[in-house]
Design a protein around this ligand. Structure first.
Ligand code: GLU
Length: 435
């Protein structure tokens, strides 16, 4: 039997990283097994589900590269793929329950009669879970159809998994305790239950529950912050899945090849946005210079920095230094224009070396005298100026860096010297000396 998984989001406004992780694990599992991945939109709550919310899910998944084989825009043999369009199907299955005498009316709503017995499931991640339905006070018969005629989540979710011939239901642990109810329904409908894998909750680093407002919660925020989709997928894959190796950086294809449900942890995952930035940096470092420059361009343009002929060389100088593309403009502004801010702390530290400060004007004059400008030539002048004054070249390096860039960290000093050129370097050193 070929494997069929699905992602069944309720469109509530945006795609949460937890939902993206559920989608990713379902997608990876299907791709790893050469199966099919289905997108089904659980939009029965008319009041809360908007077109924008649906679109946010499609956009988020497309950006992450999680393509679906059946679903909205794609079609398939088991559609429609919006629950709001499947009313007739639910009516038909409800009739089945009624014919089997498993529903009864109570205050206008329809309740499903549980079989009074223990129900055990064997979850692929969580193991055996049993709910004992013999105790009726703890497990009252559940409503499956409301008095207004609408169906509840448990019913439509189960019907669709049966109708769409889903073989593996991979979803968040918050649904674990729903599953015995679903097994009861499936049995009453004479269906074949899929296998279940409930994946661990995602918590903040401090152990609190992740909320909508936490940084990194909305997948839609990632593109404009300058994350690469492949990096975000890589980061999300590590939320609950253990690659069983010291390596943590994987391409999409590597993830497909390595993913297995056996290596999904039972313990909650920790969401660490700093780690996400680190993973993104590792992916940025793997890009070629040209690709990196192209990816960074919109961010540089948005910051209104002038794109000059040496744009690619300028961008290359910070390729290993930034964690996101969003960090590029602040990292390169001083290489693209003469206006930039000076970091107070770096300036104070540079000024702390009185001997070196006295040498800055001399250094600028030395720069002026260089006929064939290069970083090496500039550094040779710096050594001479330092030596003549009985100082160490290293003492002049830091003030020079701050004079040229306004900050204490950044690209290699040689890159800065080469990219800025003689006149700008001399001018900035004088400006800093006179500040
Ligand atoms: N619509 C449900 C949710 O978003 C689907 C749960 C499931 O995957 O079965 O939580």
């Amino acid at each position: 039997m070929s494997i069929r998984t699905r992602f069944a989001p309720s469109p509530t406004g945006y795609l949460h990283v937890g939902g993206a992780r559920t989608a990713l694990f379902s997608w990876l599992f299907a791709r790893n097994h050469g199966g099919a991945f289905i997108l089904r939109v659980e939009d029965t709550d008319e009041a809360r589900n908007t077109e924008e919310a649906r679109q946010a899910i499609f956009d988020g998944m497309s950006w992450l590269g999680l393509d679906w084989d059946e679903g909205p825009d794609k079609g398939g043999n088991f559609g429609p793929y919006f629950q709001s369009e499947r009313r007739d199907i639910y009516d038909k299955w409800f009739e089945k329950l009624a014919a089997a005498d498993r529903v009864y009316q109570d205050a206008g709503a329809w309740r499903f009669r549980f079989e009074r017995k223990p129900v055990t499931m064997n979850d692929l991640v969580c193991g055996e879970v049993t709910i004992d339905y013999r105790d009726e006070s703890n497990t009252p018969d559940m409503v499956v159809k409301r008095s207004d005629g609408s169906y509840v989540f448990h019913f439509v979710n189960v019907v669709d998994d049966l109708e769409m011939e889903i073989t593996h239901v991979i979803r968040g642990e918050d649904h674990l305790m729903n599953t015995p109810k679903h097994l009861q329904l499936i049995e009453a409908l004479s269906g074949t239950a899929p296998q279940y894998a409930h994946i661990p909750l995602i918590l903040n680093p401090d152990g609190s529950k992740m909320s909508k407002r936490d940084a990194g919660a909305a997948v839609g925020d990632y593109p404009r912050q300058g994350f690469l989709p492949g990096a975000v997928v890589n980061f999300i894959s590590l939320l609950g899945w253990n690659p069983k190796t010291d390596e943590e950086i994987f391409t999409m294809d590597e993830l497909v090849g390595r993913f297995s449900l056996e290596n999904v942890n039972r313990a909650p995952a920790r969401f660490d946005f700093e780690k996400c930035k680190w993973v993104n940096q590792q992916h940025l470092m793997k890009l070629g210079i040209e690709d990196f420059a192209v990816a960074a361009k919109p961010f540089v343009q948005d910051a209104n920095l002038p794109i000059s002929e040496n744009y690619t060389a300028v961008i290359a100088a910070v390729k290993e230094k930034v964690r996101t593309l969003g960090e590029v403009p602040a990292a390169v502004d001083f290489l693209m224009q003469d206006e930039f801010s000076y970091d107070d702390e770096a300036v104070a530290k540079a000024r702390g070396n009185a001997a070196a400060n006295g040498l800055l004007v001399e250094l600028a004059c030395g720069f002026d005298a260089i006929t064939d400008w290069s970083a090496d030539a500039a550094k040779a002048v710096l050594s001479e100026v330092a030596k003549a004054a009985g100082a160490k070249p290293g003492q002049l390096m830091f003030p020079l860096r701050v004079a040229l860039s306004g900050r204490g960290h950044g690209p290699d000093l040689s890159d800065i010297l080469n990219l800025l050129g003689k006149d700008r370097c001399a001018r900035r050193v004088r400006r800093f000396a006179g500040m």
